[in-house]
Ligand binder design. Structure first.
Ligand SMILES: [Zn+2]
Length: 377
């Protein structure tokens, strides 16, 4: 089969469930070293990260991906074993086929082809891979690499993320930004007591209810041309002792904002706390900002290039979206980098029987190579 197909299969066979890399990164580092790339291995805690570059001064194009995958779940639920690449009906099945070992293999092959054809290209092309994208915290992956980049004065101009962005056909959607995610753990304190003596207790459920109604109804912003309005959700709400005759002493809620560039995290925090204070609640609220929103605005070189590549090579006008969850692009964008995400169809990611269309996989290196050629060829 082809180079991209073989490498994808080789990667799928490695059980690289976060944070175990299972040898994916050394394999890739070896291949790219053989065609002149310089590798920097960055290990933080249990996490391996790899940064390989070709070229010296000038604008830098980074391709960004991850070699870790989510667990397969019960292997018996899969039609074929999740870590044994299998073809059926023109699709390649296996954990990570779409998210995102196919893209990683395509990026490697694209880079090999690009430097073979343009050994003295201007600027610099690089590949950044982590084995901690799918984990719960992402503390030691790209977040840490970016701290290293800032400390060493690393400059990046453009970043293409290989996350599976396409909806139904390869190239029908690219991501040009992402919403931010701001979470909070809210504790409301009351006074526990007997339900028959409410005057001697303070029910935190009753105390919180009107504040929750207000928070849920609040219009946080109207969104803007690039993003839908900010949304507030309560994802967990817990209180009570399990007994019918006890007023609980405490209530806990987990809240989350998916927010757009029309709001700031500081503003959302302040407005939330103002509502709680207005209702006279005795509370603590611990905030966790897991990613600020970012946007690569229209008219940028990279965004225009990726749109043109989809239009010309996939024969499709890509939707330019800021929807979906977060990605490691959120760590790169604040360095002042244009970030665009382009990858295969995402219909089966994180599911049983994850797969990638073999024709799409075969075309993917051409797309990444075309971006390299148009920016640095
Ligand atoms: Zn992914």
């Amino acid at each position: 089969m082809s180079a991209v197909f073989d490498l994808t299969c080789d990667l799928i066979r490695r059980r690289s469930v976060t944070p175990d890399d299972a040898g994916c990164l050394p394999l890739i580092a070896g291949r790219l070293a053989a065609c002149g790339f310089v590798a920097t291995h960055l290990r933080y805690g249990e996490v391996d990260n790899l940064w390989v570059t070709h070229g010296s001064a000038g604008p830098t194009l980074m391709l960004l991906g991850h070699t870790d995958v989510v667990p397969s779940g019960p292997e018996s639920s899969w039609r074929s074993p999740p870590f044994e690449p299998t073809i059926r009906d023109g699709r390649l099945y296996g954990r990570g086929a779409a998210d995102m070992k196919g893209s990683v293999a395509a990026m490697v092959v694209a880079l090999e082809q690009f430097v073979a054809e343009y050994p003295d290209h201007p600027g610099r092309v690089g590949l950044l891979l982590t084995s901690d994208e799918e984990g719960p915290t992402n503390l030691d992956g790209v977040r840490r690499v970016v701290e290293h980049f800032r400390a060493t004065g690393e400059q990046i101009d453009w970043c293409v993320v290989g996350e599976p962005s396409s909806k139904e056909r390869l190239g029908d959607l690219i991501r040009v930004g992402r919403r931010g995610s701001l979470s909070g753990t809210l504790t409301i304190r009351g006074v526990q007591g007997h339900v028959a003596y409410p005057e001697k207790a303070l029910n935190p459920i009753h105390a919180f209810a009107p504040a929750l109604t207000e928070l849920a109804a609040e219009c946080w912003d109207e969104g803007n041309g690039d993003f839908p309005p900010t949304s507030f959700q309560v994802s967990n709400l817990n209180s009570g002792t399990g007994a019918t005759n006890v007023i609980p002493g405490e209530l806990q809620a987990l809240i989350n904002f998916r927010y757009c560039t029309a709001s700031t995290a500081d503003d959302l925090r302040a407005r939330t706390e103002a509502v709680l204070a207005r209702h006279g609640l005795d509370y603590t609220l611990d905030w966790n900002l897991s990613g600020a929103p970012f946007l690569t605005p229209p008219g940028g070189v990279l965004r225009d290039t990726v749109v043109a590549v989809c239009r010309e090579l996939c024969g499709i006008e890509p939707e330019q979206s800021t929807g979906g969850g977060t990605s490691d692009g959120r760590f790169i964008a604040p360095m002042g980098v244009e970030v665009v995400e382009l990858g295969p169809v995402n219909a089966t990611i994180h599911k049983v029987d994850e797969c990638v269309d073999v024709d799409d996989l075969e075309r993917l290196p051409t797309l990444y190579r075309a971006v390299c050629e148009r920016l640095l060829g």
